[in-house]
Unconditional design. Sequence first.
Length: 301
Amino acid sequence: MAAPSGGGALRVVGISSLVLAAVAALELAAAAISSSAGVLADGLHNLGDVSTTVALAIAFVLSGRAPTKQFPYGYHRSEDLAGLVVLALIVTSAVISGVTSVEHLIHRPTLTNLPLAIVVAAIGFAGNEAVAVYKIRAGRRLRSKALEADGKHSRLDGLASLGAAVGVLGAALGASILDPIAGLVITVIIAVVAWETGRTVTGRLLDEADASLIATIEEVAAATPGVLGVSHARGRWTGRRVIAELTLEVSPDSSLSQAHALGEEVRHRLFHRISPLAEVIVHLDPAGDSAAHEAVSHHAP
């Protein structure tokens, strides 16, 4: 679950999390009473979403702290670290849900209090849909694409709750196999979310290159008057911030002040073009001078 920055957005996410926590608590309690695998899986799914938000919210607070001598680059990596916690929570939910659903598929325990389970699953659907509408409207008001996207995610979660209700209803009508099948379907949904989260988290921790980001950095720098070439460009995410590094080729006849001004112009243009950009480190090389780095060439890996 992605939470955007900003007090207003965090407040929206906090209220949404309280609603989903209540829904998850109801579903887990109903699952314990009814032995429904589908309701259990959906309760774990909603609980995972709440846990995700809590982990990310803590990381957002940490990332807002000022750099210190011990952590001169700040605490923005805490958001990437929180991604690992989130991934572990999602995987744990998928395992518990999957094991329970398979056991119920094999042993077919007798479900009890089915009306309660159906009502609670329906509440899960209504709760997720209410949260979805709230997040989407708030996202549009706050101009937060992340919050709006998270609202659409909550809408999909509501469909999972509806699937759990259908599974229990099928069991109540005599098709007991539908309940563990609903649990397995929801387990697959959780597993897909875990896979996508794992790819994102791993990429961020390994400084995966964003091809479009690098292309934009090179394009903006090369189009700046006075830049004769861009020989090196890199960019990486640190939490929600982008750090960029690039090497520019400039005229060997440029004075120090002229070269510095050119580097600052490139930085200025990049800050305007890439909104999450937090820092740009520019290195200037005299164009055509093959010996410019000869003194340190033997240190190259």
